[in-house]
Design a protein around this ligand. Structure first.
Ligand SMILES: [Zn+2]
Length: 282
């Protein structure tokens, strides 16, 4: 887990991870990735068989470790059987952590800018600028939950069960422990972003939203310029493989800079409260 301070023992490591998780809840809300819905989780920094996310509440309202619930990766059952109510969609997180030991943070969002690419067919979302190199050169994969429902399941698009969570995790592809995709879109629902650490996952979730917005605007401009008949002439190029790789490397190398800004933004906003407040040092 990448964290922003140096921890001296396991307790300090966990405290730093929980503090950053609370900040991530606030940052994702501040940047329009989540509203009252959507969630972020981390793998426990010293016990990889456990993951942590907030209980049943809006991400902006999370304020202390008491709001967080620890779950077994193997079952998505709470470690504390007396834990308060959690998210019904925690299986998104549990099944991705179970499939990919290298993934340490999962973010799920219904960001409206991404919706055009999950409600229409044949309009793929792709990386259209350098901040979204992590999306690669091919259109973002779209997971359709419908074929994975079983008799009796409520077909509300939510990932409420281990079997639908397993199917979503499978959509990230890859060989062995390393997923191929960083982001998977979810048909008529939203998207899920993953990373080896929390800061990278937050960055990917924010720039997935912005990339979708940029693509929609670019397509609108092209349509206005060329008209429906000639839209094809406008072309629509995503990043190449090498560009995606290079941009991804560049952005992750410098992600500590936006992270510090994002933390400061939510620290300065009275909506957000973090009992594990981090005093930023220059
Ligand atoms: Zn959802």
């Amino acid at each position: 887990m990448t964290t922003t301070t140096t921890a001296t023992n396991d307790d300090d490591t966990l405290t730093a991870a929980l503090r950053d998780l609370i900040y991530a809840n606030h940052i994702l809300h501040h940047h329009g990735v989540v509203d009252a819905y959507g969630h972020v989780s981390i793998r426990h920094p010293t016990d990889p068989s456990v993951y942590i996310m907030c209980g049943y509440m809006a991400p902006a309202m999370v304020s202390s470790p008491a709001d967080l619930i620890h779950y077994h990766v193997s079952t998505s059952d709470p470690v504390d059987p007396a834990a308060k109510k959690g998210y019904s969609e925690r299986f998104i997180h549990g099944e991705i952590f179970r499939r990919f030991p290298t993934v340490n943070c999962v973010i799920h969002s219904h960001a409206e800018e991404v919706l055009p690419y999950v409600v229409s067919t044949g309009v793929p979302m792709r990386a259209v600028y350098h901040m979204a190199g992590f999306l690669g050169s091919t259109p973002a994969k779209v997971f359709d939950i419908d074929p994975h429902y079983r008799d009796g399941d409520q077909r509300d698009m939510l990932v409420r069960h281990a079997h639908t969570g397993t199917a979503l995790a499978g959509c990230f592809g890859g060989v062995g422990e390393k997923p191929h995709e960083t982001v998977v879109l979810m048909k008529r629902h939203g998207f899920t972003a993953i990373a080896e650490n929390l800061v990278t996952a937050v960055y990917r979730a924010i720039y997935t939203r912005i990339n979708a917005e940029a693509q929609t605007k670019a397509m609108t401009v092209a349509r206005n310029m060329y008209g429906d008949q000639e839209l094809q002439k406008a072309g629509f190029e995503g990043l190449t493989d090498l560009q995606g790789e290079g941009c991804s490397l560049m952005c992750e190398q410098y992600q500590d800079k936006p992270w510090r800004l994002w933390v400061r933004e939510v620290q300065m906003n009275p909506l957000y409260d973090n009992s594990l407040r981090w005093e930023l040092r220059e």
